[in-house]
Design a protein around this ligand. Structure first.
Ligand SMILES: Cc1cc2nc3c(=O)[nH]c(=O)nc-3n(C[C@H](O)[C@H](O)[C@H](O)COP(=O)(O)OP(=O)(O)OC[C@H]3O[C@@H](n4cnc5c(N)ncnc54)[C@H](O)[C@@H]3O)c2cc1C
Length: 440
């Protein structure tokens, strides 16, 4: 078949020199350099693109929401799923296209009185977030995004269409819940959603020494009903993702403000905590808008990382607060886990660290003139001490594409099981632009 006949079957094809080439090859944190972008608008387009890449020997990047660091595939094929974004609702069963974004899903579900716990940002893709796990604003109420997944339609590396559920393909489903985009192109995600009239959104300011506030937040969460999920965040003025300074935000899954206040009472009364706003809102309004990628100010590198902490004990609080203080241009995030997240047994999904009660992320901005060589060494050694306190790392919250990450993310037993699933579904490692699991 001539090249043009072949590409005619791929959906919309965008090539270098086309008017929208420069926009189409952008992703959240950079500009890709593929040879070709195939924007699929049907499962058949996806099959054709996977077949085309195999026939031409092109490396493939599957793009869902484009928020990961995997957006570049130099000389390869970007398989852009953004046009596969339908969301349909049947009772509590929700079918979502493989390239949909969470903001659109939340808006459709809200009109049906339903919700799914997703991430915190509207433009993040359902694809990457779910396949990597998905720590969301209601993770304690309903678990990870992948815990709400009940089935998929998948295009395999050899361009077949597979409909999978826990009954028909249990090992594949196990791997898709945390194992990333290693096993095929998910063209449709099926979720079981939850009745949701709205949420109580919580915004608290943090003043003074953060240690006492973090400890108070930890103690509140140790007793809190699972409807409540809190996030602590401290960012410098140079970070466009949030207002500068320390704050606590949270979501109560449900519209009952009195119950949310009762659960938060001792935190609201703690010294250094200031109530900024607390009240019922539609869930879609709580999701954040991520700033557009600006080629003039690309994302900096980071020294630091993330870890799943079994316990946010006083030692961990001290390490994390000191890291933030020692590095003026740094961020600190803490997200509460437990609740429904912990209901899932460790071996029931590929996601690591189900025994964690907190997720922690701390990172210093690694920019010329901001971090000296000595400060970089110090930040790295401080971070290593923090990571040693945790029971695993979360791959979705890293901007690193280092091949060593997959080994750090998964315990050996999980990695061996993922390798066996990979061998069955993608033995030639066609889908490698991810925290890559090798066929074993
Ligand atoms: C601003 C921002 C906010 C974030 N907030 C959260 C948060 O609250 N919680 C959280 O857990 N994470 C969060 N993340 C991290 C996020 O989960 C990851 O970056 C995730 O990979 C993004 O998915 P995507 O589809 O947008 O990215 P993409 O770059 O499109 O894809 C990421 C990976 O998934 C694969 N993939 C995507 N879609 C499919 C598909 N349909 N089939 C097969 N493979 C696919 C890709 O090949 C790639 O390997 C955030 C990231 C950003 C930038």
């Amino acid at each position: 078949m001539a090249d043009d006949d072949f590409t005619a079957a791929l959906g919309t094809v965008i090539r270098p020199g086309d008017p929208d080439w420069d926009v189409a090859r952008r992703f959240h944190s950079g500009i890709g350099e593929p040879a070709l972008i195939a924007r699929a608008s049907s499962t058949d387009d996806v099959r054709a693109a996977v077949g085309f890449a195999a026939a031409e020997g092109l490396p493939v990047m599957v793009r869902g929401g484009g928020h990961s660091a995997w957006g570049t595939v130099p000389g390869g094929l970007t398989l852009d799923l953004s046009a596969l974004a339908d969301v349909s609702v049947d009772g509590t069963r929700v079918r979502v296209g493989g390239g949909a974004q969470w903001g659109a899903v939340a808006r459709t579900l809200a009109a049906h009185g339903l919700g799914i716990s997703s991430g915190d940002t509207a433009s993040v893709g359902v694809g990457g977030l779910t396949l990597g796990g998905g720590i969301g604003l209601m993770v304690r109420a309903w678990g990870l995004a992948c815990d709400q997944l009940v089935g998929v339609q998948l295009v395999t590396a050899d361009a077949r269409i597979v409909e999978a559920t826990d009954e028909t393909e249990p090992e594949l489903m196990w791997a898709l819940r945390g194992g990333g985009g290693n096993f095929g192109v998910v063209t449709r995600f099926d979720f079981e959603a939850h009745p949701l009239e709205g949420v109580v959104a919580v915004e608290l300011g943090v003043e003074g020494d953060p240690r006492a506030v973090i400890r108070a937040m930890r103690d509140v969460m140790a007793r809190a009903p699972r409807e409540l999920t809190l996030t602590y965040m401290d960012v410098p003025p140079m970070d466009p993702s949030a207002p500068a300074g320390a704050s606590i935000s949270g979501v109560w899954a449900g519209a009952d403000e009195a119950r949310a206040r009762e659960a938060l009472a001792s935190l609201l009364a703690a010294p250094g905590v200031v109530e900024r706003s607390l009240g019922a809102r539609p869930y879609p309004e709580v999701l954040l808008e991520a700033p557009e990628f600006d080629p003039e100010s690309p994302m900096p590198g980071f020294v630091g990382g993330n870890t799943l902490l079994r316990e946010l004990d006083d030692d961990a609080v001290e390490h994390l607060a000191s890291f933030r203080e020692a590095n003026p241009a740094s961020i600190l995030f803490l997200r509460s886990l437990g609740g429904a997240f912990a209901d899932v047994a460790q071996d029931a999904s590929a996601f690591p660290g189900r025994d964690a009660t907190w997720f922690a992320m701390a990172a210093a901005f690694d920019m010329p003139g901001v971090l000296s060589e000595e400060a970089r060494r110090r930040a790295l050694s401080e971070w290593n001490a923090i990571e040693a306190l945790g029971s695993g790392v979360y791959g979705n919250f890293t901007t690193s594409t280092d091949p060593g990450w997959a080994t750090r993310m998964y315990p050996a037993v999980t990695m061996a099981r993922l390798g066996a699933v990979k061998r069955r579904w993608d033995p030639a490692n066609v889908f490698s632009r991810n925290h890559n699991v090798l066929p074993a």
